[in-house]
Design a protein around this ligand. Sequence first.
Ligand SMILES: C[S@@+](CC[C@H](N)C(=O)[O-])C[C@H]1O[C@@H](n2cnc3c(N)ncnc32)[C@H](O)[C@@H]1O
Length: 385
Amino acid sequence: MVDDNCFSSPFGALQLTRASRTQSRTEQNLRAWDAADELLLANLASFEQPKGARILLANDGFGALVCSLPADWQIDFCSDSHLSTQAAKINLAANEKPQSHIQWHTSLGQPTEPLDVLAIKLPKSLSLLEDQLLRYRPLCSAKTRVIAAGMVKHMSAGAFALIQKYLGPTRTSLAEKKARLIFCTPGPEATTPATNPYPKRLTLEDYNVTVTNHANVFSRDALDIGTRFFLAQLPGSTEALRLADLGCGNGLVGVALAGLMPMAKIDFYDESFMALASARTTMGEAFPTRVDQCRFIADDCMASAEPEIYDAIFCNPPFHQHNVVGGFVANQMFHDARRALKPGGALWVVGNRHLGYHQHLKRLFGNLTQVAANKKFVVFKVVKR
Ligand SMILES: C[S@@+](CC[C@H](N)C(=O)[O-])C[C@H]1O[C@@H](n2cnc3c(N)ncnc32)[C@H](O)[C@@H]1O
């Protein structure tokens, strides 16, 4: 019998899981690795690295890379994703792998030591790639082996251009199982001065707010039209309510709520570390005296929220998780929100009309009010009874 979770590379065999909490069949049938992981590991196994070699792994999806590499290498694991970081830790533990050789970094931090290998799984967002290249290039020299890996369908000309601009000339491997590697030997490009354009600031004059957007944040170049529609429907109150902005991105929804509810305490949840950092800065600049009462929580939906603590939760759900499209994250968010709401508390949701959130919300809460709708978007409110 073929074991669907069994992953093998030249470094050995592992059992790997996506560690997903969602009940989605689509997601559960997906593997915790892709052919780009396999190709990257095959390449890393093909050359000798001395004991103690330092390798930075960026954007390892579910830990296939960090779990495979030998423990006598020094590994810096860098990721913007709380989900990926958690999955990697779960897979290390499940495979009884040591962890003392691994340093964990979010996307907002990196090691200071020079690298022998820089291995990047190409992220979906070119902005994140640009930010990462700018962060990591001071750690590279002509001796650093730079390898980027991705599925051919996700590899854009822009990715090659960024690597060439910030590190040096590139060449590619042959494609294998629709994956490909990009190799680069850092040249003078790696030391030419360059300023990181991230985080960017965006002033929204209609709302009298300046938002901070780190490189991997949703709708970082302009206000999303769904969010704009949501903002117009948000309620006000003078009560000391506890609120959550679920899937907060740059935090604009929570910050708008802070303006409408002067006594409210707001918690911001997201799985992206850059989203949470953006929300903290946006809130801190808009409401410097209230930001310390807010919490900025890296979580899978609201897995860590205590039951029955919020008076209201506001959510503009994602319709994909990394590269997988579907309503499964939204559904998990609705489940978690129901648990975290006080009896009588309300969940407010904005979505594209065609996504059909109302069916799931109605089934879960047993009631539903359509607060507003236009040609594209709809805002629903459901109450926990
Ligand atoms: C459509 S964006 C909304 C951002 C922001 N609230 C707005 O309206 O502009 C959805 C957000 O959900 C976050 N997200 C995706 N999957 C998540 C998960 N499993 N747990 C928590 N947040 C998640 C994404 O990082 C993204 O910031």
